[in-house]
Design a protein around this ligand. Structure first.
Ligand code: HEC
Length: 711
């Protein structure tokens, strides 16, 4: 306990003040194991936190593996995982132990030299939680501090495990409820506090970030990103100011702005910088959130799609910068925030570099949030430009699709020009290496939207934008949807080089002092490039798409590179006919570890099953099929894929035996026969007639696609 705190305690006792609020007691920082000093100056051999250093640069000073010898890199060991969903975690390495988290928030500790499993922890997340997880049952990693390892679970708990044996030290619930909130992000550490937020802004979530005492699991502070119901009073002045930028009864759906990925602690300013997600619902007319003083399009909806800075000890607001005011395109600002020192226009600056979904690269002053630059690095159509002084975008009026009531194809799309896949920054080259998605997303407003108790609350008409059964249209959409690795010169605001991929949703990146840049790809490769020139130097067939970022460590003088493979996340599940453009739809979840001179191999993958469609004949009326399309678009497409075409993870309903019988479909969709496997009951939103309509819609879709087979 600090001196200040004890004197407040004494004062409180002396005055016997009722409700004298000194906040929770905070444990002393760790003095052994992983300490603040180690996190501040990470040993080159280790990888102690999600982004390797506090600044999340993902640059390793290790240089045994170089551009000259990387062709000799081979598989040292691998570990099969007991889950086959998206693997998004960056492994951590401390004291010879490699720690990973997997889908379903499980944690595993391996001997980092041999791959021997030391222990494994399963938080036993109820599989029903999948119904409120927008983007698969993923988890992006653990945190290390003192003698503990921390994981946040999909169903909203923060768990402290003992590093030695994986036993639970404490487990506490972070989220307000488990019907809208999930956690997929990696916890971060600041002055002995464990920081975590949540996802949920497609459901009914009010964004927040919270700090927990590392020893006791007690909540130390919580900062909301969206104001609550004014009738309840505001928690602080920041909420009161934000409330003026909201209209309608925004608090009823929560408002969104969830902190689901980016959290950066900056010890120099003692600030926690974090990114906030999309405003909710996506269609702002669905609850009038954007109509302030009777004027539609007037509400910025603070602090959604922003970077916010709070004091690390108290959680008090310090500054914010909103990247996407009045968001209606799912332009989360959740991509990781990288802090670096660099010379910009002759001056030495400590900057936060941010590349959110919206297609701009932002450079801000870390201490003040001052806008230094905002540069479009990829095609975009939602702005007509950006104010060079303030960074405020001039929104393209045509992009306000709820007002035009017409189709709007946003560029970037909802998956973002850059999403959570971590970028890296090399101080040697001055480049950030961005995993890029190129493509659009179709928006048609459902302005008659009413909230329901289950499923996405976006306020869109997803039936109107479903991919038609037209091979030419599908091919054109595929051609317009690609991926790339973009090396971007931050100080000069220009592209240095790029590597193009056939599809989007590739892995995060790692830069090393050996002039190397590593990235896994959706089309099942792990690639090394020369960091300065972009020349491809090496690649390894991973047998499964990669979305996670690699990391590197060194033991006994040997440098290793580790990466988790396992295709999934949002691109596998939602994009329907586009789901396969990035590669084969296959998930073989593994941890792969490489070193120079090794020659390990993987067991041959199972052949990809090619199944011809064999649906029952169409018996539904056009009215039933049209009604079923609306239900499918709103409640089913997020998991089973746009236009009833799925990726690798969830069943493709065009092949389902349940299409043959109304009773089977009802047992699954209304009675929840497979709830324990993630397919929950939709009885709160649908009745028997509705389920029958969906069945007729899927039968119709399957017959349309059967007619296209072989063409
Ligand atoms: C949150 C994700 C999610 C949503 C939303 C969802 N499902 Fe599912 N569904 C699943 C999963 C996961 C399974 C596989 C469960 C298993 O392992 O058996 C499944 C299985 C099914 C099956 C059985 C498929 C088969 O033959 O194996 C049917 C039918 C089905 N879903 C229909 C629907 C319909 C209709 C909707 C919309 C009303 C819907 N689902 C919405 C995740 C989802």
């Amino acid at each position: 306990m600090t001196m200040i705190r004890s004197s407040i305690l004494v004062a409180c006792a002396a005055l016997a003040l009722a409700g004298c609020n000194i906040g929770p007691q905070v444990s002393d920082p760790a003095t052994s194991g992983v300490t603040d000093a180690m996190l501040d100056a990470p040993p080159p051999e280790e990888w102690l936190t999600y982004g390797r250093d506090y600044g999340e640069q993902r640059f390793s000073p290790l240089d045994q593996i170089t551009a000259e010898n990387v062709s000799d890199l081979g598989l040292a060991w691998s570990a099969d995982l007991d889950t086959a969903r998206g693997q998004e975690a960056t492994p951590l390495m401390h004291d010879g132990v490699l720690y990973i988290s997997t889908a379903w928030s499980m944690v595993k500790a391996y001997d980092a030299r041999t791959g021997e499993l030391k222990w494994s922890y399963d938080p036993e997340v109820p599989r029903e939680t999948l119904a409120v997880a927008c983007c698969d049952a993923v988890n992006r990693g653990v945190a290390l501090y003192g003698d503990k390892v921390y994981v946040a679970t999909l169903n909203g708990d923060l768990v402290a495990l003992n590093q030695s044996d994986g036993t639970v030290a404490w487990r506490t619930t972070v989220v307000p409820d488990t019907t809208s909130y999930t956690i997929t992000g990696a916890p971060r550490v600041a002055n002995g506090k464990i920081l975590i937020g949540s996802g949920g802004a497609e459901y009914k979530a009010r964004g927040f970030i919270a700090a927990y005492d590392w020893q006791t699991g007690e909540e130390v502070w919580r900062f909301h990103t969206v104001p609550g119901n004014p009738a309840d009073g505001f928690e602080n002045e920041a909420m009161e100011l934000a409330a003026a930028t909201w209209g309608g009864n925004w608090w009823e759906l929560g408002g969104g702005g969830t902190v689901w990925d980016a959290i950066t602690f900056d010890p120099e300013t003692n600030l926690v910088l974090f990114g906030t997600g999309n405003a909710e619902p996506w269609n702002p007319r669905a609850n009038g959130r954007n109509t302030v003083e009777g004027q539609e399009g007037a509400g910025d909806n603070l602090y959604t799609s922003s970077i916010v800075a709070v004091d690390a000890d108290s959680g008090e607001y310090r500054w914010h910068f909103q990247e996407t005011p009045e968001d209606r395109w799912d332009y989360d600002s959740n991509a990781q925030i990288t802090v670096a020192s660099m010379t910009i226009e002759g001056a030495e600056r400590r900057v936060a570099i941010h590349v959110p979904k919206n297609g701009y690269v932002y450079v801000l002053d870390v201490a003040t949030g001052e806008f230094l630059s905002g540069t479009p690095w990829t095609p975009q159509n939602w702005t007509l430009g950006i104010d060079p002084e303030t960074g405020r975008p001039q929104i393209n009026p045509a992009a306000r699709y709820e007002q035009s009531d017409a189709l709007w194809v946003s560029v970037p799309g909802a998956a973002g020009a850059h999403s959570w896949q971590p970028m890296s920054y090399s101080p040697q080259t001055g480049l950030v290496y961005i995993p890029a998605n190129n493509g659009g997303f179709p928006f048609v407003a459902n302005n008659d939207f009413e909230a329901s108790d289950i499923g996405f609350q976006t306020g869109l008409n997803s039936a109107a934008t479903a991919m038609p059964a037209d091979l030419a249209v599908r091919q054109a959409a595929k051609d317009a949807t690609t991926g790339a690795l973009v090396a971007w010169n931050v100080a000069e605001g220009r592209e240095a080089w790029r590597a193009n991929y056939t599809g989007p949703w590739n892995g995060g990146t790692l830069a090393t002092a050996g002039n190397l840049l590593f990235q896994g790809t959706a089309d099942e490769r792990f690639i090394a490039y020369a960091a300065d020139s972009g020349r491809q130097l090496w690649s390894f067939a991973t047998q499964s798409g990669v979305i996670a970022a690699p990391m590197t460590y060194s033991l006994d003088g040997t440098q290793y590179v580790a990466i988790m493979v396992g295709w999934g996340g949002v691109w596998d599940i939602a994009p329907g006919a586009l789901a396969d453009i990035s590669g084969t739809p296959r998930n073989i979840s593994r941890l792969l570890v490489f070193k120079l001179g090794a020659d390990g191999t993987l067991a041959a993958p199972p052949a990809l099953a090619q199944r011809a469609l064999d649906p029952p004949p169409v018996t539904g009326t056009p009215a039933q099929i049209a009604a079923g399309a609306l239900i499918y678009g709103r409640y089913c497409s997020v998991c089973h894929g746009d236009a009833a075409i799925s990726g690798a993870l969830n069943p493709d309903l065009r092949h389902s035996g349940a299409l043959n019988q109304a009773a089977s479909m009802k047992a699954i969709v209304l009675d929840g026969a497979f709830a324990h496997r993630g397919m929950v009951s939709f009885a709160t939103a649908l009745d028997e007639a509705g389920v029958e309509n969906v069945r007729h819609y899927i039968i119709s879709r399957a017959n349309e696609d059967k007619a296209l087979e072989g063409r």
